[in-house]
Design a protein around this ligand. Structure first.
Ligand SMILES: *[C@@H]1O[C@H](CO)[C@@H](O)[C@H](O)[C@H]1NC(C)=O
Length: 219
């Protein structure tokens, strides 16, 4: 009998501990129909405070910005247009957002992570080589054709490259109102203030001259 109680208590403890941990890792569930972001408020909470529902309108849930291509004339040959809580206040507390990504021929959306979101990508035009790396450093990759869908699990490093002969266009949904992004190369080689060369040279097993050479590419 006593043994049963110990196992029961242990089980309950594990359940509570793991459940709480999971909840902490996601956008919180809404506690009301909507909570349109009040961007003027100086009150800081986990997300934005809610606008008075009396002044909420359809425009708070609307965005016309994904209809046109972003300009891909940049160093990576891609452009991400976001539709998250910053563009659509009605997404506040909803745990979801969209992006449109345009790629020139050969363009790349370089290796990056979204700390708060799983991403499900739909290829509208073109051919993309996509991949992510799990925490055991296993590389999962696929060449996508128009109409294909691919998933990048939450927080894992991933990328897409246009390997076709025409421009590529993607719409992707992300499981956060504000997924956040860290581009790996920029985080390490273009941090402000800079990460010391001694750290990067040891981490990448290269000379400090090579570190400076790479840093020079990001100015
Ligand atoms: C993406 O495209 C928009 C719209 O053309 C442009 O304003 C912005 O500078 C572009 N961003 C990058 C990183 O090229």
């Amino acid at each position: 009998m006593a043994n049963h109680m110990i196992f029961f208590t242990l089980g309950l403890y594990l359940l509570i501990c793991c459940y709480t941990h999971n909840v902490m890792a996601y956008d919180p569930d809404p506690l009301q129909d909507f909570c349109v972001a009040d961007k003027q408020s100086t009150v800081k909470v986990n997300g934005f405070v809610c606008k008075d529902p009396k002044v909420v309108s359809a425009d708070d849930f609307f965005f016309a910005g994904l209809g046109k291509a972003g300009n891909t004339m940049n160093a990576v040959g891609s452009n991400v247009t976001a539709a998250n809580v910053m563009q659509i206040p009605g997404l506040n507390t909803m745990g979801i957002s969209l992006v449109r990504i345009d790629y020139a021929v050969g363009g790349i959306n370089p290796p990056h992570t979204h700390p708060r979101a799983t991403e499900v990508l739909f290829l509208m035009e073109g051919t993309l080589f996509v991949g992510f790396i799990d925490t055991a450093n296993k590389f999962f990759s696929k060449t996508l054709e128009k109409g294909d869908v691919f998933v990048f699990p939450k927080a894992l490093v991933h990328f897409q490259q246009n390997v076709g002969k025409e421009n590529a266009v993607v719409i992707a949904a992300l499981s956060s109102q504000l997924p956040g992004v860290q581009v790996i190369a920029n985080s390490l080689f273009a941090a402000n203030p800079p990460i010391p060369d001694s750290v990067l040279s040891k981490a990448f097993r290269i000379t400090q001259q090579i570190v400076d050479f790479i840093k020079g590419k990001f100015v």
